[in-house]
Ligand binder design. Structure first.
Ligand code: FES
Length: 84
């Protein structure tokens, strides 16, 4: 599990294995949007403020945009801070 802080919402959530950041953040009232939930459409792109991302999407293709697709990508660090 890792921790995600939703900076604009002011909430910190725990993301367990098998859960997506998108789903957990949505449930916590975060300002997040998803569509494909498979890392291909780009709808859920969210700015990363702090932490290391394990990019698992097919949108960014490893490009360093300072953002992440929160439907499939996860954390390499124990904590991420995202702009949501
Ligand atoms: Fe489509 Fe995340 S919802 S890339």
């Amino acid at each position: 599990a890792f921790e995600v802080h939703l900076a604009r919402t002011g909430v910190t959530v725990q993301v367990q294995p098998g859960q997506s950041i998108l789903a957990v953040a949505e449930e916590a009232g975060g300002d997040v949007f998803g569509s494909c939930e498979e890392g291909i459409c780009g709808t859920c792109e969210t700015r990363v403020i702090e932490g290391n991302v394990d990019h698992r999407d097919d949108v960014l293709c490893g490009r360093d945009t300072g953002t992440m697709m929160i439907c499939v990508s996860r954390a390499l660090s124990r904590r991420l801070v995202i702009d949501a």
